[in-house]
Design a protein around this ligand. Sequence first.
Ligand SMILES: C[S@@+](CC[C@H](N)C(=O)[O-])C[C@H]1O[C@@H](n2cnc3c(N)ncnc32)[C@H](O)[C@@H]1O
Length: 360
Amino acid sequence: MTRLFRVLQKLITANGPLTVAQYMRLALQHPTYGYYRQGERLGAEGDFITAPEMSQMFGEMVGLWFADLWRLLGRPPKIAFLELGPGRGKLLEDVLRATAKVEGFHKALSLYLLESNESFRVRLHRQFSAWHPVFPDSLDDLPSCPLFVLANEFFDALPARQFVRTDEGWCERLVTTGPEDTLVWTQSPPNPAFSALIPAPLREAPPSTIAEVSTERSLILRTLAERVARRSGGGLVMDYGATAPTGRDTLHALSQHQLVDFLERPGDVDVSADVDFSLLTEEITRAGLRVLGPKGQGAFLDDLGIGLRAAHLKRNATPEEATAVDGALRFLTSPDETGVRFKAMGFVPASLTDEIAGFA
Ligand SMILES: C[S@@+](CC[C@H](N)C(=O)[O-])C[C@H]1O[C@@H](n2cnc3c(N)ncnc32)[C@H](O)[C@@H]1O
């Protein structure tokens, strides 16, 4: 058993079962034993590989998306560029490289990086030292200028609660201790108050339906969307998930590129839940912004011209390099890989009525 298991065991003995959100919060962010508080476990040699880690083309397309948005907004002279969960900084590196020749864009940017992992923060500090990035403790610590927000595979890493519909009503799925140092699933009694938390399309769903709700995701997006509504700017959220509540259990855990049991080895494996983009779009709409998408990552990147970029990269490539470019293009855009399951969603001020690249 992991060291975090002992912490969870004590907590459960003292206070009773944990909600899934409490479990995820501790498994990912316990100050000492949380998955995202220990070392760097991302990339080919880690537990999972993200799109920017797969290919530079991903960040290049994203960078051009932001540069074009900046142009459409009238080239504001100051932009706070906030990346949520930048990890090893590969995405930001490619964004900045791809936009280096966009006149005036870099001069306008100041970098804000919200990252909970200390070793990533040290790495990012070094990597982007010329930019003097700020690592805000809270989203309230942002300057009062237009804001660009970028998040790739950040929202799935935020805790979600899970509810299950029974004949008696909605119950909450909980985590408790089982025999021989194990964690097992249990559930709360039905509670009519849960209905208010269930996404509207699922509220009257049949028994066995699962509803997943993340207030943390909604609150973060609300804060940022409200800021964009007040100060201008825009954002791009990319992640895996669906455009409407699915009614299914989407919790999963990964270790060394393999799916593992969600409750096994807490703190040692990555746990996450699919993003329900409809709950995020609600926040954007409520803030009075224009929602772009969500649409499949593949279609988004195709619209931005990733095919042309791949062809260009292959022009001077060795046969091995060309095969790698083809493989990465397939990984990012094919419906059989991450092209559909992963989605892109943008938000811009409602006053910006132009066609926005990638979301035409
Ligand atoms: C799945 S990784 C994605 C990293 C990077 N965006 C990429 O695409 O390669 C999630 C990142 O979000 C960070 N993270 C997760 N939860 C966070 C939180 N609540 N606050 C700040 N950073 C967080 C993790 O440390 C990690 O760097």
